[in-house]
Ligand binder design. Structure first.
Ligand SMILES: *[C@@H]1O[C@H](CO)[C@@H](O)[C@H](O)[C@H]1NC(C)=O
Ligand SMILES: *[C@@H]1O[C@H](CO)[C@@H](O)[C@H](O)[C@H]1NC(C)=O
Ligand SMILES: *[C@@H]1O[C@H](CO)[C@@H](O)[C@H](O)[C@H]1NC(C)=O
Ligand SMILES: *[C@@H]1O[C@H](CO)[C@@H](O)[C@H](O)[C@H]1NC(C)=O
Ligand SMILES: *[C@@H]1O[C@H](CO)[C@@H](O)[C@H](O)[C@H]1NC(C)=O
Ligand SMILES: *[C@@H]1O[C@H](CO)[C@@H](O)[C@H](O)[C@H]1NC(C)=O
Ligand SMILES: *[C@@H]1O[C@H](CO)[C@@H](O)[C@H](O)[C@H]1NC(C)=O
Ligand SMILES: *[C@@H]1O[C@H](CO)[C@@H](O)[C@H](O)[C@H]1NC(C)=O
Ligand SMILES: *[C@@H]1O[C@H](CO)[C@@H](O)[C@H](O)[C@H]1NC(C)=O
Length: 520
């Protein structure tokens, strides 16, 4: 009897408890619970629990199995990978666009594959401000409909093998502004439609050979602003369809032969703002489709003579802000005709060109090109007037340029040379040249600015040719023996007008040493 009563009480209590619980649950979840195969789940679009670590705002509809877009905020840290919240995404299998916006540092430390696996219709995933040290293998759950993965600013450091794999419709992966250090092999695997892959602003210093061998349909690879210093002929293996490669703002100092040989379809190669000093004559071999090449802001003092023979399709070339002391007709000849149409582009400003006859082709190109950009750039190209004594030693030119002891002599000789030119020219020209000189002449004491001239303001035919190196394929128009101007210069100096004296007297000391030099 006692047993029976105890049993009834037990049953009553249990019933009461269950009832109480279900009332609570109904109240909390606003009667919107859905019964799924896996048991009770929240509708991720309708989470009213303030304690929830994830809140999503859904568009088009909040009804179960009907939303197409969800924007989710992640608030609290340390959500376990197997947290039930991820299962709740099964309540909205029609989602096409999903974004996670992480509001608290460290709140999301992995790609929530657990959630993604239910979203077979998902086309776009965007995660921002997470702290995701590693993208694990198959992180995107082999989703067949996924077309883009946007993962910028997540402090990603490493990418596991197969991190991005079996995504048959993905076209874009954005990994900008992370902390990726290395691109290993087989990170990108079986993504036949991947067209664009971007790594702007990471810390990549190493790209394993063959890292891209499975991304053979990639059209654009962006490695701008990283730490890359070494490339070799296997770095870009497999990228036979690539059209654009952006390597700007890295630390590449040496381009060895066949570095880009695999890139048969490359049209645009951006290498600006690196530390390039050396380019192999065959560095660009294989780039038969290349149209645009930028090498601006590097440290190139010379280009190998056959460099452009490998890239005969080039119509746009940027060599600004290097240390080039010459660019000969022979160098530029393979692409010279490409630089004449209206939409072509040649940029050469801000180099260390030496004023000599090897620059004379610039006059003809300026005359013949229909590209306004090229004209403007050529008009602004400057060269340094070179002390005659150095002319016979062009091979050592980079040494001379770096040698600051020669600086005053350079200025001195520039002045004299200009007067020599004045003898040959008419009055108006003379006036222009003097103005130029005066402009440059605020070089009081410590300024290290050497006298620069606009190449195209020096009449063609008056530029001296380096004696040891008469390297021009055009019939020599007027070759001035470097020795002759020295005598002329002295004569001119004695007969100088007061203006010029003004200029020269400031450099009396240097002048004296110069005379001493002439007479020894
Ligand atoms: C789903 O959303 C559409 C609008 O996008 C609406 O017409 C339809 O009635 C909704 N279905 C359910 C079951 O709520
Ligand atoms: C993917 O998208 C297509 C077309 O939008 C659709 O028919 C299909 O059901 C979606 N889901 C999967 C798993 O392919
Ligand atoms: C994705 O596919 C690979 C290869 O078929 C398999 O090994 C892996 O378990 C799959 N991952 C997911 C999350 O479906
Ligand atoms: C994704 O790719 C599969 C083939 O792997 C195809 O059947 C499906 O229709 C594609 N979905 C979309 C949206 O293109
Ligand atoms: C970038 O990587 C190098 C190692 O290659 C490391 O020393 C450096 O601290 C990293 N920089 C940042 C900002 O993470
Ligand atoms: C650049 O690469 C070439 C070819 O590998 C090599 O001979 C040369 O020494 C390298 N230059 C520097 C500065 O490392
Ligand atoms: C360029 O054109 C001007 C006239 O337009 C002509 O005087 C000059 O000789 C030409 N220079 C060259 C190098 O063709
Ligand atoms: C180049 O020349 C144009 C006018 O021809 C001028 O406006 C521009 O400032 C110059 N640029 C430089 C960098 O000197
Ligand atoms: C200046 O040069 C032009 C041709 O360039 C010439 O016709 C003219 O006579 C010259 N003037 C003087 C004063 O020498």
């Amino acid at each position: 009897m006692e047993r029976r009563i105890a049993g009834i009480i037990y049953i009553l209590i249990t019933f009461a408890l269950v009832n109480e619980m279900s009332i609570n649950v109904q109240a909390k979840d606003n009667k919107r619970r859905t019964k799924e195969k896996g048991g009770f789940q929240k509708n991720i679009c309708d989470v009213s629990d303030r304690e929830s670590k994830v809140h999503c705002y859904c568009e088009t509809s909040r009804e179960p199995k009907n939303a197409t877009k969800a924007e989710c905020w992640v608030f609290n840290g340390g959500i376990p990978r197997n947290d039930l919240i991820w299962q709740s995404f099964a309540s909205q299998p029609t989602l096409k666009t999903l974004s996670f916006n992480v509001r608290v540092d460290g709140a999301l430390s992995y790609v929530p594959t657990e959630a993604l696996q239910y979203l077979k219709n998902l086309k776009s995933i965007n995660i921002k401000y997470g702290t995701i040290p590693e993208i694990q293998s198959y992180a995107f759950a082999n989703l067949t409909n996924l077309t883009e993965a946007l993962l910028s600013q997540n402090e990603i450091e490493s990418l596991r093998q197969y991190a991005f794999a079996h995504l048959p419709n993905i076209t874009l992966i954005n990994l900008d502004e992370n902390m990726i250090v290395e691109i290993g092999t087989d990170v990108f695997y079986n993504m036949p439609k991947l067209h664009k892959l971007t790594f702007t602003k990471n810390n990549i210093s190493s790209i394993k050979d063959g890292a891209f061998q499975h991304t053979f349909n990639l059209l654009e690879l962006d490695l701008n602003k990283n730490n890359i210093f070494h490339l070799n002929r296997r770095t870009f293996d497999g990228l036979a369809n690539l059209r654009k490669l952006d390597l700007r703002r890295n630390r590449i100092y040496n381009l060895t032969e066949f570095t880009f040989a695999e890139l048969w379809n490359l049209q645009e190669l951006l290498l600006g703002k690196n530390d390039l000093k050396y380019i192999s004559e065959r560095a660009f071999d294989g780039l038969s489709q290349l149209e645009k090449l930028s090498l601006d802001d590097n440290k190139l003092a010379a280009l190998p003579s056959g460099l452009f023979a490998g890239v005969r399709g080039l119509t746009s070339l940027d060599l600004r802000s290097n240390e080039l002391h010459a660019l000969t007709l022979d160098d530029i000849k393979p692409i010279l005709d490409n630089l004449k149409p209206q939409n072509s582009n040649l940029q050469l400003e801000d180099n260390n060109f030496v004023c000599d006859c090897r620059l004379e082709w610039m006059h003809s190109l300026r005359n013949e090109t229909r590209s306004q950009n090229t004209k403007t750039s050529l008009n602004n190209v400057t060269c340094k007037m070179d002390p005659p004594i150095v002319s016979s030693a062009y091979n050592k030119m980079s040494d001379v340029i770096e040698n600051k002891i020669d600086y005053n002599q350079e200025i001195l000789h520039a002045g004299i040379t200009i007067e020599t030119l004045n003898d040959k020219m008419n009055v108006t020209e003379k006036k222009i040249l003097k103005d130029d000189l005066n402009d440059e002449n605020d070089i009081d004491a410590p300024s290290k600015k050497a006298v620069k001239r606009n190449v195209l303001k020096i009449p063609p035919g008056t530029l001296p040719c380096p004696r040891d190196n008469p390297k021009t394929t055009e019939p020599p128009q007027l070759i001035i023996d470097p020795v002759v101007p020295i005598q002329n210069e002295m004569k001119t100096f004695r007969l100088r007008d007061s203006n010029a004296a003004n200029i020269h007297c400031r450099y009396k000391l240097v002048l004296l040493s110069c005379f001493a030099f002439f007479f020894t």
